[in-house]
Design a protein around this ligand. Sequence first.
Ligand SMILES: *Cc1c(COP(=O)(O)O)cnc(C)c1O
Length: 345
Amino acid sequence: MKSLEQLVRKNIWSLAPYSSARNEYAGREARVFLDANENPYNAPYNRYPDPLQLELKSQLQKVKGVPADCIFLGNGSDEAIDLPYRIFCEPGVDNVVAIEPTYGMYKVCADINNVEYRPVLLDEHYQTTAESLLSVCDDHTKLIWICSPNNPTGNTICREEVLKVIELFQGIVIVDEAYSDFCREQTFRSQLSEHPNLIVLNTMSKAWGCAAIRLGMAFASKEIIDIFNKVKYPYNVNLLTQRQALEALKDPFEVDKWVRMLLVERSRVIDAFRLLPICQEVYPTEANFFLARMDDAQSTYNYLVDEGIIVRNRTRIQLCNNCLRVTIGTKTENNALIAALRQMP
Ligand SMILES: *Cc1c(COP(=O)(O)O)cnc(C)c1O
């Protein structure tokens, strides 16, 4: 890996971050707070929230097994996806590499930041190799995006190949593990100390059932997290979100229960899909959704919309011709989907 100083944009490396009132006095025990121009009334919403979300991070440290100072929290994963562009990629100069097809936000953020995006097509098993990803890299490649389990395909990307990319690439490798709670494989979070160029993303939006509160996580070396914290908006995670996340973290067993139920439902729905005459193939999945190739995805999609059932039509995505992406819902919701498809004229 190149040094962080070589990888980070010069303006970011030398940036003097905004120093908020809550940064300058970080203690909590004072009697009177007259430093932030807040209104003394309307507690608790009158006070600025903790800019570094330390209480939340100390709980996450226990659940995720990553030290609090190696955790960044953002306004959804969206923020954790955008920040690496702003930190590492000089607009109009640098580029990034990603598997294709994958989650759409990596490319949208590249486009917004005017950073060249180099997609590398997966093979027919939706797999890739370190060699194919590294072969499109050059001196200006700063990031490689690997989503595993991948969206929209559902499968994990071969672990040995991901490790090879991390070991051989000179820049930063970002492994998006939004769906890792549904996955049997070991998470890359546990490998952070061996790989200073690795960033792992998680979210509260999927297994944790908190998409509405917008809380995304990045796990990385303390050096990288310090730069994230320098560049982020000072109060990027609001108090309501911090509180609700703490509430959710009190009961990780509830999440385990949801995951177990969803995995049972997933195999039931997949079995039903495989028996449908209009379904050609269901692809292997380690997520709370699956990708199914249909005879005619568009007409199946239209029919389901008429029935009030919305799945994701991925037919226009590369390698996903005639594919629908189906999220696993409650037993009742899944039954409605299966019943509708069985009755499709
Ligand atoms: C759903 C999803 C996310 C979550 O995004 P949030 O902004 O945290 O809601 C991140 N990455 C992938 C690949 C996803 O599918």
